[in-house]
Design a protein around this ligand. Structure first.
Ligand SMILES: [Zn+2]
Length: 132
């Protein structure tokens, strides 16, 4: 057995007994490939997410309910939100649940999670999300 073959035999024995360095190298390679894949997905997603946010803003301006929160109902006077065909937000009074009053609940800036009723001025907490 010459010197180089004995070194190769020693390396084989070493790898057989301690496979960690090769495993770590493999995990790192997989990690880098995964990071590059995620980076490329994020690069592709970023403009789509931006368009989605813009579309949601435009839809909200047109009166479409974005369903990012629960529908509101005033516990004092009964004014409540509803969603009509086409996803349009309606705010109806207890006297007439079929027609939009044109009123809209406003967020209370100094109390996060609270809303003000445009009819009676009552402030109430936003309902917690319903389990799906
Ligand atoms: Zn009210």
């Amino acid at each position: 057995m010459n010197k180089s073959s004995s070194i190769r035999a020693a390396r084989r024995r070493e790898r057989k007994h301690d496979p960690r360095p090769a495993l770590i190298r493999r995990k790192r390679a997989i990690g880098h490939a995964e990071e590059r894949r995620i980076d490329s997905l994020m690069t592709a997603l970023r403009p789509l997410l931006q368009r989605l946010a813009e579309t949601k803003k435009r839809a909200a301006k047109l009166g479409v309910f974005a369903e990012e929160r629960e529908l509101l109902a005033c516990p004092k006077c009964g004014l409540e939100e509803d969603v009509a065909m086409g996803g349009f937000l309606l705010v109806t009074s207890p006297a007439d649940r079929h027609h939009d009053t044109g009123l809209r609940f406003k967020m209370v800036k100094r109390r996060p999670g609270f809303w003000r009723c445009p009819a009676c001025g009552a402030e109430f907490q936003e309902p917690s999300p319903k389990a799906v």
